[in-house]
Design a protein around this ligand. Structure first.
Ligand code: ATP
Ligand code: MG
Length: 273
């Protein structure tokens, strides 16, 4: 068995089983030395690139990757490292910010659905429809009468995407409150990072415990075999990337995309001079 399989199993959120994020480490040692981890990462990156191009050639199914984290949790750098080598023509990343007034005038899935990956593509959500239950319930941005039904709507939406040919994998980058402080401080200390510092992030930080509770509850309610959540210990960054890469490569291997049979016999065709 591959050495990354036990942590991938251990950190997968089980449907309906109560989850306490404090029980899951934010810094994890998989027993793999860093230099080995880096070599493994290159191998997995190469395989991801191959599988993505097969998925594109097949043109029938798609992969949706959902990425959630607290501020400074490392979403951007994870996406850069995991998807950097992938052909940009077949991979589309959508970052979901606070909704505009036009988006707020629609149902919460309206802006999300249009970015679901088309057949043959990998689609990545950097933040997602999960904000519509997490931040929304914590800050009471819409009445409870509305948001309390959203877990069910999300499950129905993801089931529908699955039935229509999209495979879904969801990752929560798990960091501690102390680690967030260090990463935010870095944004203050380095002039080239000032643009990343957002004073409003401190409001979310103040509600850390609420976020951990709501994230745990949300993942428990929305993790299924067809759309599982993986809580990724995210403070050791190369291991974080490795776990996500392995999970995605395994997923695509299981999808086993095939290049289509040609509709012609190449032996019967002569290219004219
Ligand atoms: P970084 O980690 O670099 O700060 P980011 O993803 O936090 O990146 P920002 O522009 O800083 O990007 O923040 C986006 C903000 O939008 C987040 O605070 C997030 O909670 C908020 N947001 C996203 N979707 C929704 C939503 N549906 N309703 C309310 N707020 C949302
Ligand atoms: Mg932010």
């Amino acid at each position: 068995m591959h050495r990354l399989n036990p942590p991938l199993e251990r950190f997968r959120v089980l449907p309906g089983q109560p989850l306490d994020l404090h029980d899951i480490p934010t810094r994890f040692d998989a027993g793999i030395p860093k230099h080995e981890g880096k070599a493994l990462m290159h191998k997995l990156q190469k395989r991801l690139v191959e599988l993505q191009s097969l998925l594109y050639a097949e043109g029938k199914r798609s992969l949706l990757v959902v990425m959630q984290a607290m501020d400074a949790g490392g979403k951007d750098s994870t996406l850069r490292r995991v998807f950097g080598p992938v052909d940009p023509a077949g991979c589309h990343i959508t970052s979901f910010k606070a909704p505009t007034s036009e988006e707020l005038a629609q149902d919460f899935l309206w802006r999300v659905h249009q970015h679901a990956p088309r057949a043959g593509y990998i689609g990545v959500f950097n933040r997602s429809h999960y904000e519509d239950v997490v931040i929304v319930s914590i800050k009471n941005l819409v009445p409870k009468a509305k948001w309390q039904h959203r877990w069910d709507h999300i499950n129905a939406f993801e089931q529908m995407l699955t039935d229509e040919g999209t495979v879904i994998r969801k990752f929560f980058l798990h960091i501690s409150k102390d680690y967030q402080k260090k990463r935010l401080q870095r944004r203050l200390d380095r002039p080239d990072k000032h643009w990343k510092f957002n004073v409003a992030d401190l409001d979310e930080r103040a509600r850390w415990d609420d976020y951990m509770r709501v994230y745990a509850d949300t993942m428990t309610r929305t993790s299924f075999d067809h759309a599982p959540w993986l809580v990724v210990p995210a403070e050791r960054r190369w291991l974080r990337d490795l776990l996500i890469l392995k999970s995605l490569v395994d997923t695509l291997e299981a999808m086993n995309p095939q290049t289509p049979e040609p509709t012609f016999d190449p032996n019967t065709i002569t290219i004219p001079d």
